[in-house]
Design a protein around this ligand. Structure first.
Ligand code: SF4
Ligand code: SF4
Length: 192
């Protein structure tokens, strides 16, 4: 048998209805934190907030896996991407644009153009999930999404990634001598 429990919701009295006490309580908490942090700042004690963007703190855990995109390179410096278009097909924001070309390499096909318009990207990560070559990842560790001109290239402060800005290995990523040598530079230039 189903038992129904009735809960009586207490009506607000006049003081509660005008919310003045609650607003004052909020002010007390805000000013308490404000003056406590101000005091700590002048006495050189550790404060919780940082002066972003001048100061940054390292992002821990898997959070860094949802940052800006990159296309990984193989150990010989060629891109892992084979221009299969799966990422651009699945992208719900339609912000990936790829044109393929034939290349004289083991991968045979590579992107001639690979653009990502971050001003449209919703950071869903579906492109990473769909990639059969594990070529695209979102682990660059760059999170900032603001710009004064979203049409500019990312390297110029905009939100538009081209191949030049996407094709890279991370500094701490293991890469063979061949990949890290001139051949990598040559390959990068070739694919620009
Ligand atoms: S993260 Fe989502 S919206 Fe952004 S490029 Fe990838 S699939 Fe498109
Ligand atoms: S990044 Fe991956 S899914 Fe996108 S075109 Fe290249 S190989 Fe295909």
């Amino acid at each position: 048998m189903i038992r129904t429990k009735y809960i009586k919701i207490k009506d607000l009295n006049f003081i509660e209805k005008i919310y003045i006490i609650e607003v004052l309580k909020g002010f007390v908490i805000t000013f308490k934190h404000f003056f406590s942090n101000l005091f700590k700042m002048f006495t050189n004690k550790k404060i919780i907030t940082i002066r972003y963007p001048e100061e940054k703190i390292p992002v821990l855990g898997v959070a860094k896996l949802k940052s800006n995109h990159r296309i990984k390179l193989r150990h010989d410096g060629t891109p892992k991407c084979v221009a299969c278009m799966l990422c651009s097909t699945i992208c719900p924001a339609k912000c990936i644009y790829i044109e393929a070309e034939e290349v004289e390499s083991i991968i045979e096909k590579a992107p001639k153009i690979f653009n990502i318009d971050l001003s449209k990207c919703v950071m869903c990560g579906l492109c990473v999930e769909a990639c059969p070559e594990d070529a695209i990842s979102m682990d660059k560790g760059i999170f900032e999404g603001g710009s004064y001109n979203r049409f500019l290239n990312k390297s110029l402060g905009g939100l538009f990634y081209t191949k030049k800005e996407l094709f890279l290995n991370l500094e701490n990523e293991k890469i063979s001598e061949l990949g890290a040598s001139n051949s990598l530079i040559f390959r990068r230039e070739k694919y620009e």
